[in-house]
Write a protein that binds this ligand. Structure first.
Ligand code: P6P
Length: 342
């Protein structure tokens, strides 16, 4: 297992490139998967520059189009999507890509070599926060393309989260961070804006099993199911209540920002099934939000559930399907699962 103290990380100045080469030498990843992660990191750098310019580059505001979810696209949603497509389609490592911003998968054009991996992403998660300068992010997930598939369509992507080969997210905040798992732990790299390198700054991250902090959009309280309502009421009852301790609440409105806080200091994130819209079993998308975040959280010792089943064991039925999400500190997620079962 890759274990370094923060001091050693700083001293060794391990860049993402060096980390990936070492992982390839250790047999954790292939050369093409190393190329994939490298190209995604370059796209993340380019998105970080675009997000950082904000109004100065005329990239704020609506794009004047809707995505497959029927949500108005922000200019930066479209820009980030284009950056990821252009960064990856020529490399010969991918068979196809799928995105929150595209109805159908983008199959690698015949003019480029085709590879064995499938890349899915939410190019700019939390984009409703861009115009108010709150952290947004990029989430991505990597699968193997099934053998022998020639005419790739969304069915090739419909694999459970346990089949992910890698997953990560970028947070475009005060610093631009790239958080990555290759299935052997979770590491955070910070973008050095002076030279464009991503430098290892938190190695082998672990989520504390207990917490006093929950993240949920409390304005939905009237639509929550009983187990969620019970959990939040007990937390709000504080020291004199059944939990015997006071809780704090945070809700950024950008999943990447909430998940990164939880990865760093613990917590539980809930976007649960609610009765607001019976057609929507949850708000967040399985393939390119819930699954990659679940992979990262589990790799850091946390848990990720719909409340009724492990997110990474869901057999997908549609590329843009939504699922309830409860993830973070293991003991809190297990408590919520127990409440759903009782
Ligand atoms: P609400 C952003 O649109 C997003 O998909 C997640 O990043 C975020 O956690 C959630 O939706 C916020 O949803 O309903 O609070 O605006």
């Amino acid at each position: 297992m890759f274990r370094l103290t923060a001091t050693e990380c700083k001293m060794r100045k391990i860049t993402l490139s060096r980390y990936l080469i070492e992982q390839q030498h250790q047999g954790t990843i292939s050369g093409d998967l190393r190329l994939l992660i490298t190209l995604v990191s370059r796209a993340v750098h380019a998105i970080s520059v675009a997000v950082g310019k904000g109004a100065l580059a005329g990239v704020l505001g609506e794009a004047g189009s809707d995505n497959v979810q029927g949500e108005a696209q922000k200019k930066l949603d479209v820009i980030a999507n284009e950056i990821l497509l252009e960064a990856n389609e020529w490399g010969g490592h991918l068979a196809a890509m799928a995105s929150e911003e595209m109805d159908d998968p983008h199959v690698i054009p015949n003019r480029y070599p085709r590879g064995e991996y499938l890349l899915m992403f939410d190019p700019l998660d939390g984009s409703s926060n861009i115009d108010v300068n709150i952290s947004v992010g990029t989430i991505f997930s990597v699968l193997q393309c099934p053998e022998g598939v020639v005419d790739i369509d969304e069915k090739a992507f419909l694999q459970p989260g346990t089949r992910q080969l890698a997953a990560g997210y970028a947070v475009y905040g005060a610093a631009t961070l790239l958080v990555l798992t290759l299935g052997n732990g979770v590491n955070t790299f910070t973008l050095d804006r002076e030279n464009g390198n991503f430098v290892l700054t938190q190695a082998n991250m672990r989520i504390p099993e207990d917490t006093k902090e929950f993240a949920i959009n409390a304005s939905n309280i009237r639509w929550w199911e009983a187990p969620v309502r019970r959990y939040i009421d007990e937390a709000n009852a504080g020291k004199s209540g059944p939990r015997g301790k006071d809780f704090n609440m945070r809700w950024v409105g950008s999943m990447v920002a909430d998940v990164h806080r939880i990865l760093t200091r613990g917590g539980v994130f809930l976007y649960p099934k609610d009765t607001k819209d019976s057609d929507k079993p949850g708000k967040l998308r399985l393939m390119y939000e819930a699954n990659p975040m679940a992979f990262i959280v589990e790799q850091a010792g946390g848990a990720a559930s719909t409340g009724r089943e492990r997110i990474m064991e869901i057999e997908p039925t549609a590329l843009h399907q939504r699922v309830p999400v409860i993830l973070g500190s293991r003991n809190e997620v297990e408590r919520l699962v127990a409440y759903h079962a009782s």
